[in-house]
Design a protein around this ligand. Sequence first.
Ligand code: PGA
Length: 341
Amino acid sequence: MNARSTLVSTLARHATLRQLQVFEAVARLGSFTRAAEELFLAQPTVSMQLKKLADTIGFPLFEQVGIRIQLTDMGREVYTACQEVFGALANLEMKVADTKGLKRGHLRLAVITSAKYLAPHLLGRFLRLHPGVEVSLTVTNRERLLDRISAYEDDLYIFGQPPEQLAVEAHMLIPNPLVVMAARDHPLAGTRNIPLKRLLDEPIIMRERGSGTRAAVIRAFEAKRLQAPVARMEFGSNESIKQAIVAGLGISVLSLHSLVLEGTNGPIAVLDVQGFPIERHWYVAHPKGKRLSVVAAAFLDFVKQEAAHMAENLDRELGRTRPAKPTAARKERSARKRERH
Ligand code: PGA
């Protein structure tokens, strides 16, 4: 055992934390008077506590040099030990505060419309670990979500491609394939390699203006130098679009994740169209430099760790082998550069 660890164990047996606290203040401030003021103690109390500590250790801790006091060699050893003890206690205090935060904290999460199929699963698993946490979940489209980020309205955001004009710290989670959907009895269901142009002959149901899905669809047509599809109908909700597809009102492009409950063998068929799926990704993000609450930081870590597991679960629930084509991902990346949102 070296000198300092022997000393630490002696201190642990005989010194009180209060004595160490008084000693630490005198050593740091170089003055009995200022230490007494900082600790709201009378000066004789400070002197008495220091004497007891020096007696326990068996060496003087300070020496008088002119009108000033300074640490002896042993005093310096004790000071180092004090810093370690109080450092460890400060860490413990932080952990206790964190645990309290996670027991009672509040998480404000805003997700883009199509991520509503993902967020509840993540929240469900997170809340099983931290049942005391309260959550407000806002679901809105890309344009509104970007407004919310600018206004610092929430702790964390889940959306498609990170906006280039906003300073956000974004972590890529999992692929979010956009696919062409039609009613199961649609004549194109089961046809292989349908040319993109062919979709223009079909009534197309689009997401509303401001939607990231809509912007990605329009870019896919533009990339092939085709006119953008004219929407037969526009809906602000993926679920309404699915109902309209099943009712035979048209075809649409939506996130494959929107089929998570019914799977890909249900009433909606995924069409095999050239250039599809458009391989977008989900990101979790927060404004750059924003200090996250204990709960938000814990959720962020959790979501990052869960990403791989989440992708597997979704694939299983969707009963699919991943249809992603590398070329589609590349196209989407270059399309992103042109993204205005
Ligand atoms: P949306 O966005 O829900 O606004 O269409 C989805 C996305 O950006 O991938």
